[in-house]
Design a protein around this ligand. Structure first.
Ligand code: 1CP
Length: 360
C-alpha cells in the first residue's frame, strides 16, 4: 500500500544479511543543527510541531533531502516525552532549556493522577498520522523508523520534571518506593507496547527504544528496574504483531552507558543493540561471540567538532573495528547529534561512511 522500497539496506542489515556496505543513520538527525529546522521552529512550539503531521513529515524529510542518497533511514520527528503526555502529564519545551514538567510526580500517591489505561490511538493518533504521511512522502527512498523512550528513562523525566545530572529524585523512588516504581514502570511499559505496535500499523518499518539514562543505574538496578521492561516491550510488540498477522519489524534497543549489560542484552530478544562510544567495538564484538545480534553505533558525536582529518580517521577505524561492517553492523553515532555541529561536516562524515563501508 506504500511506495515500494528503493533502498532497504538497513532492513537487510538488521536481519543479519551480508550487505554491500553498512547502512548509516544518525540519532537526532532531524533537529537543531539544521538551519531548515530553525526556520520551522521559529513559527511553532516544539510540541505543536510534533502534533502537526505535515510539519513532523517535513522535519523527518529535511535530513533525507539535504544529504540526498547518503542516509539509509529516516526517523519520525517526535519526542519520547509524548508518552508522559498520553498518561495525563503536562510537558512543555522551554527555549534553550529543554523539557519541563510543571507538576512532576512527587510521591506514590501521585500515580493516582495518571491515566491507568490511556487510549493511545486517541491521544497519540497524530504520531501515527505523521508516520503514514511520511511513509507516503518518502516514496520508498529509505525505511522509516518509529521510536519510544524506555520505561526507566521516561520514569526519570516524570519524577525529575526535566533533564537531570544526578537523578536524585528518580533514584529516591527506586530505593524508597520500589513497589510504586515497578507500578509506574509497568504503566509506561504497557502504554509503550500499544504505542509502538500502532506505529508499525501506521507504517514504521523498524523501532528504536531509547534508554538514554540506563548508564545512570548500577548493574544491579539496571537488571531490576530497566532490563525486564525492555524485554517486556520487545516480547509484547512482537507478540502483538504476530497476533495480527503482521511481519515482525527489527527492534533496536539503545541502553546508553549500559556496556556492563551487553552480554545479557545480546540474549534480550532485540535484533539490534545501540552502542555508545564508551565501549571498544572489538570488545563488543568479542562479547557478542556467535550470537546473531546486530550492533549499531558508536562514534562519539563530538568527533564531528574535530575537523575533517579526525572525522575520516575515526570513521575508518570504527568500521574496521566492527569487522568491516558488511555483516551485523549499522553505522551511527554513539548518541544524538548535538546542536552546534556544522551540517557540512555531517555530510563529510556520511561520505566517509560510504567510502570506507564499501571497501573490501
Ligand atoms: O531526528 C530524530 O532523531 C527524531 C526526533 C527526536 C528524537 C528521536 C527528538 C526531537 N527527540 C528524540 C528522542 C529524545 N528526546 C531522547 C532520546 C535520545 C537522546 O538521548 O538524545 C531524549 C532523552 C529526549 C528528551 C529531550 N527532548 C531532550 C533531552 C533533554 C535532556 O534531558 O538532556 C531535549 C532537548 C528534547 C527536545 C527535542 N527533541 C527533539 C528536538 C529536535 C528537540 C529540540 C527542541 C527545540 O527545538 O527546542
Amino acid at each position: 500500500m506504500y511506495p515500494s522500497m528503493k533502498n532497504d539496506l538497513i532492513l537487510r542489515a538488521a536481519r543479519g544479511e551480508t550487505v554491500e556496505r553498512p547502512p548509516v543513520w544518525i540519532m537526532r538527525q532531524a533537529g537543531r543543527y539544521l538551519p531548515e529546522y530553525h526556520k520551522l521552529r521559529s513559527k511553532q512550539s516544539f510540541f505543536e510541531m510534533c502534533q502537526t503531521p505535515e510539519t513532523s513529515c517535513e522535519l523527518t524529510l529535511q535530513p533525507i533531502k539535504r544529504f540526498d542518497g547518503l542516509l539509509d533511514a529516516g526517523i519520525i520527528f517526535s519526542d519520547i516525552l509524548v508518552i508522559p503526555q498520553a498518561l495525563g502529564m503536562q510537558v512543555v519545551m522551554l527555549e534553550q532549556k529543554g523539557p519541563h514538567f510543571p507538576e512532576p510526580l512527587v510521591t506514590p500517591e501521585d500515580l493516582e493522577k495518571l491515566e491507568k489505561v490511556p487510549n493511545i490511538p486517541a491521544k497519540l493518533g497524530y504520531v501515527m498520522d505523521a508516520i503514514s504521511l511520511t511513509r507516503e512522502n518518502l516514496d520508498g527512498k529509505v525505511p522509516l523508523l518509529g521510536f519510544s523512550g524506555a520505561p526507566w528513562t521516561i520514569m526519570a523525566y516524570m519524577i525529575e520534571g526535566g533533564g537531570s545530572k544526578a537523578f536524585t529524585k528518580a533514584k529516591t523512588w527506586l530505593f524508597r518506593y520500589p513497589e510504586a516504581s515497578h507500578r509506574l514502570l509497568t504503566m509506561v511499559t504497557d502504554a509503550t507496547i500499544v504505542y509502538l505496535t500502532q506505529q508499525v500499523y501506521a507504517g514504521a518499518q523498524m523501532l528504536q527504544i531509547f534508554d538514554s539514562w540506563a548508564g545512570e543505574l548500577s548493574p544491579q538496578d539496571f537488571f531490576e528496574f530497566s532490563y525486564p521492561y525492555l524485554v517486556k516491550i520487545c516480547e509484547g510488540v512482537k507478540k502483538e504483531l504476530k497476533k495480527s498477522k503482521r511481519t515482525p519489524v527489527p527492534m533496536i534497543v539503545f541502553p546508553k552507558g549500559a556496556w556492563y549489560a551487553l552480554d545479557k542484552l545480546c540474549d534480550s530478544g532485540y535484533d539490534v543493540i545501540g552502542l555508545d562510544w564508551t565501549i571498544d567495538p572489538r570488545e563488543a564484538v568479542r562479547i557478542r561471540g556467535e550470537r546473531r545480534v546486530i550492533f549499531q553505533g558508536n562514534l562519539d558525536p563530538n568527533i564531528l567538532y574535530g575537523g575533517r582529518e579526525i572525522i575520516e580517521s575515526r570513521t575508518k577505524e570504527m568500521i574496521e573495528a566492527f569487522n568491516g561492517g558488511k555483516q551485523g553492523y549499522i553505522i551511527n553515532l554513539g548518541h544524538g547529534i548535538t546542536p552546534g555541529v556544522n551540517p557540512d561536516d555531517v555530510r563529510f562524515f556520511l561520505e566517509q561512511c560510504h567510502k570506507y563501508g564499501s571497501q573490501n
